[in-house]
Design a binder for this molecule. Structure first.
Ligand code: ANZ
Ligand code: ZN
Length: 850
């Protein structure tokens, strides 16, 4: 029967792919490799439209590259550790392992219904002991090299999640997961020495030309390298010095006070008896403030005088030492030489506490008056009030003053980074156990390699009370010291789950390797990932950690790759309109009847188009979509409705349009099947057939160029739609079945990366034995692109006045227009009226004027 039935077609091909594993890849040094990867999902239980879009984009590239003859690696797995599993356990009494593996099973099933060309043999979940054992081993190697170390530190603490958060996991002072206010807490934590790699991570951002500039800028900013000076300020009447970090040594003569972080170790020493109570009150206020807020520009700048003074090394001036909420201990030295005339924060602070302001930089030929400043002057200029440096431009003055201080032994050039070491300890259960044993005599002792993995015990009870159940699990905790044999205690913290996602892409190259974390040969063959695809929300954390980890694996000798991802595509979100009742909040579309809320009959507000989310009640369930239209339509819509990096707006008509298009493609093949059997493109083709052939080759060229490296999937699909229109309009099918066949084959091949089920089916229907995926990507014939042209003589009132060149197949209208447009012809027509145009096909055009 000739009906397009996506259910049958898709089930058939999915079954074949399952049985025959045509997408499984293996190292083959005779072939050029292509590693395509989409960020792996967290097994929350359900596939959402964002997943469908992400994976459909990736699948286009994977199938396209495979058709081009590349040896393509396209794996899939699960980022399976993390908090939601524990929360589900607490809420519903399901063990995190059970919850996770059940979710994986159901999501795998859903993914298979989308027809993605994964090498399923490589699938793993990061909570498999076979995966995390190697992570534990890498940790031991890092520990050996001092790249993993422990230190007490004040950490971001989320009371709700009962966990430490990395700086990157704090958004506007709130937990990135639960959005509760983050507090600070002092704990002993494991750290990875990412700061050792700050320069390499930064330098490579200039070489990652396949990454979006926006992401690179975010990473550079996160690393935050700044060149400056460390300067010693002597405490008045004391031997102690306060070191400051400044990027503006040129402003040294303009320092009128000092601002210390409230956490600065010298605070206790500096606070005088008279100021002690006031300082204590101030401390209480600051402790309640969030660290992220303290550095943001908006928070009110507050401070307190310590009672002490220090001396400006430039001119010996005595300046008061303040504590200020906007100075953090974690950056520079935790002390700032305040220059209110030239730094906005210092300016606001000076105004508030009535501290002196002294201009030391001003633009050429302008006198800045301190009293009249309404904001700090932070632009370049020339030095004033700076003794021997007066008149120097401030860029040179930076160098000169740095040298001057260096000479005196009170200052030195330094480089400072915003990047901090990566705190990886989490007081959570559902994560990779950190393989360390604490012994009273031997300290932190690594678990011997042969004892790995330290398996996460499953017999735990999750109650939701504070702390990790591992910290209460006696059997897990009690071990003997591997060094001295005495009773010792196991580390009960687990790794930040970003550790697992920092190297999964490398393990995909050798998921079954049992002799180490990586099979070097496989890793070197497949890595780096040629194309990585995922959300912009991972611009800093995941993508920076993965880059760092790649360098760690390289430096441990496990592989020879510098950077993990050659090209990065950050896809946009899937959005849909929202609807809101003034009384009942967000509504599902089916709760809105004739524009009114079904609960209260009030008029519903059309909300904005927003990212699909359960809370906004604007999600579309991919399962329903696939049930109704088939996976190919779901894929086609996700790829056609917007370019990958842009947000995609959900639109029911768009989905139906895609479905109708696939039906048209189906019928075009079905209706012509007999006619085109064994048909070949003839030797000389002309007229309509030549036009269709040209269209076919133009389309092949356009689609090839639109997919390769530029991801213009929407315009590629639009081009195929045009070709399909041309096929429907083709009237010489009987005379030129070969040209029709060529056009139909092109349609099927070109669409295959987007809608593979229907294409495989149609390809076989056209009589091919081999699958379309193996048939190779079509190439275009340059010769077929050329429009054949002939020249025609143009007469005006029977006299030859010009010559034009038109397509052989040009229609009468086009020929007339071309003839009238000729310059010389126009001159002879002049102001006269054109009465008649005679076209003698293939010979001449005569324009009759009077
Ligand atoms: C004097 C000065 C004068 C500064 C001036 C700036 C402008 P970046 O570029 O981000 O590295 N600073 C140093 N440590 C700080 C801390 N722990 N908390 C808050 N602010 C701190 O910023 C370096 C500048 O930030 C330093 O240069 C210092 O202020 C301030 F016209 O020193 B500056
Ligand atoms: Zn011991």
């Amino acid at each position: 029967d000739n009906q397009y039935n996506p259910k049958d077609v898709e089930a058939k091909w999915q079954h074949i792919w399952q049985e025959e594993q045509p997408f499984s890849a293996s190292v083959d040094s005779t072939k050029e490799k292509y590693y395509l990867l989409e960020m792996f999902p967290y097994p929350s239980g359900r596939i959402h439209m964002g997943h469908v879009r992400n994976y459909a984009i990736g699948d286009v590239v994977a199938r396209f590259k495979r058709m081009q003859g590349f040896n393509v690696l396209h794996p899939m797995g699960w980022d399976a550790f993390g908090m939601p599993a524990e929360n589900a356990a607490i809420e519903h009494g399901i063990h995190p392992a059970k919850w996770t593996y059940e979710n994986i099973a159901s999501m795998r099933h859903q993914l298979k219904k989308i027809g993605l060309s994964y090498d399923w043999k490589r699938e793993f979940a990061t909570c498999d002991a076979d995966y995390y054992r190697w992570e534990q081993l890498v940790f031991l190697k890092m520990f050996e090299k001092g790249l993993a170390y422990k230190k007490g530190s004040s950490v971001n603490w989320c009371e709700d999640c009962q966990t430490v958060l990395a700086n990157e996991q704090v958004e506007d002072g709130c937990c990135w997961r639960c959005h509760n206010q983050v507090q600070s807490k002092e704990l002993d934590q494991w750290f990875f020495k990412i700061t050792n790699y700050a320069d390499e991570l930064l330098d490579w951002t200039d070489k990652l030309s396949g990454w979006p500039e926006r992401v690179l800028a975010m990473q550079r900013n996160w690393i935050g390298k700044s060149y400056g000076c460390e300067i010693d300020f002597q405490v008045a009447g004391d031997d102690e010095k306060i070191k400051v970090f400044t990027t503006r040594p040129d402003t040294l003569a303009g320092v009128t006070f000092m601002s210390l972080a409230p956490e600065h170790p010298m605070v206790e020493k500096l606070v005088t008896a008279e100021q002690s109570q006031a300082v204590q009150d101030f401390m209480t206020t600051v402790e309640r403030q969030d660290k992220a807020d303290r550095t943001s520009g908006d928070l009110e700048k507050i401070g307190i005088f310590t009672g002490s003074y220090c001396l400006n090394p430039f001119n010996g001036e005595k300046i008061p030492v303040f504590l200020a909420n906007f100075v953090l201990m974690g950056y520079g030295t935790g002390a700032v030489m305040a220059v209110p005339a030239h730094d906005q924060r210092d300016f606001e602070f000076a105004k508030k506490y009535d501290l002196p302001i002294r201009v030391v930089i001003q633009p050429k030929d302008v006198d800045l008056v301190a009293d009249q400043l309404t904001e700090a002057y932070s632009d370049p200029g020339f030095l004033v009030n700076s003794d021997q440096f007066d008149g120097t431009d401030n860029e040179s003055a930076k160098e000169q003053i740095a040298a001057f201080l260096d000479n005196l032994g009170v200052g030195r050039k330094t480089v400072n980074y915003r990047l901090r070491d990566w705190g990886v300890s989490r007081q959570r259960y559902w994560g990779t156990p950190i393989p360390i044993i604490y012994c009273d005599d031997c300290g932190a002792v690594p678990v011997p390699e042969e004892d790995l993995p330290v398996v996460l015990p499953t017999d735990v009870e999750l109650t939701g009370e504070g702390g990790s159940p591992l910290a209460r699990h006696q059997q897990f905790l009690q071990v003997s010291c591997p060094k001295c044999g005495k009773t010792a205690r196991r580390e009960s913290d687990t790794f930040d789950t970003f550790v697992e996602s920092s190297w999964y892409f490398a393990r995909y190259t050798c998921p079954d390797y049992t002799d180490g974390p990586l099979d070097k040969k496989a890793a070197n063959y497949w890595l780096p990932v040629d194309q990585y695809i995922g959300g912009i929300e991972h611009a800093v954390m995941h993508l920076l950690y993965a880059r760092f980890y790649t360098k760690i694996l390289r430096d441990l000798g496990l592989m020879d790759v510098d950077e993990p991802f050659t090209n990065l595509l950050t896809q946009g979100m899937v959005c849909k309109e929202t609807q809101r009742c003034p009384e009942h909040g967000w509504l599902y579309p089916e709760q809105v009847i004739d524009g009114k809320c079904e609960l209260c009959q009030q008029l519903v507000e059309q909300g904005r188009t927003e990212k699909m989310s359960k809370s906004k009640k604007n999600v579309i369930d991919p399962n329903q979509l696939i049930d109704q239209y088939g996976a190919d339509t779901a894929r086609l819509f996700s790829l056609f409705a917007a370019p990958p990096e842009k947000d995609l707006e959900w639109n029911e008509q768009g989905v139906e349009g895609c479905y109708r298009f696939l039906n048209r493609v189906w019928r075009a093949v079905a209706d012509n099947k007999e006619l085109i059997t064994d048909a070949k493109v003839g030797a000389d083709i002309s007229g309509e057939a030549a036009d269709l052939r040209r269209k076919t080759h133009q389309t092949i060229k356009k689609v090839s160029e639109d997919i390769d490296g530029s991801f213009h999937f929407n315009t590629a699909i639009a081009a195929v739609m045009e070709l399909v229109n041309a096929i429907y309009a083709f009237k010489s099918a009987k005379e030129s079945p070969g040209v029709l066949r060529e056009a139909l084959e092109a349609v099927v091949c070109l669409l295959n990366p987007f809608v593979p089920h229907i294409c495989e089916e149609l390809w076989h229907a056209m009589g091919h034995e081999e699958g379309v995926e193996l048939s190779g990507w079509p190439t275009w014939d340059e010769a077929a692109l050329v429009t054949e042209e002939i020249s025609l003589v143009v007469q005006v009132n029977g006299k030859v006045r010009g010559k034009i060149s038109v397509a052989t197949a040009a229609e009468r209208q086009a020929i007339e227009a071309e003839a009238l447009a000729d310059e010389n012809v126009q001159r002879f027509i002049g102001a006269k009226e054109v009465c008649k145009i005679i076209v003698v096909p293939g010979r001449l055009v005569n324009i009759v004027v009077k």
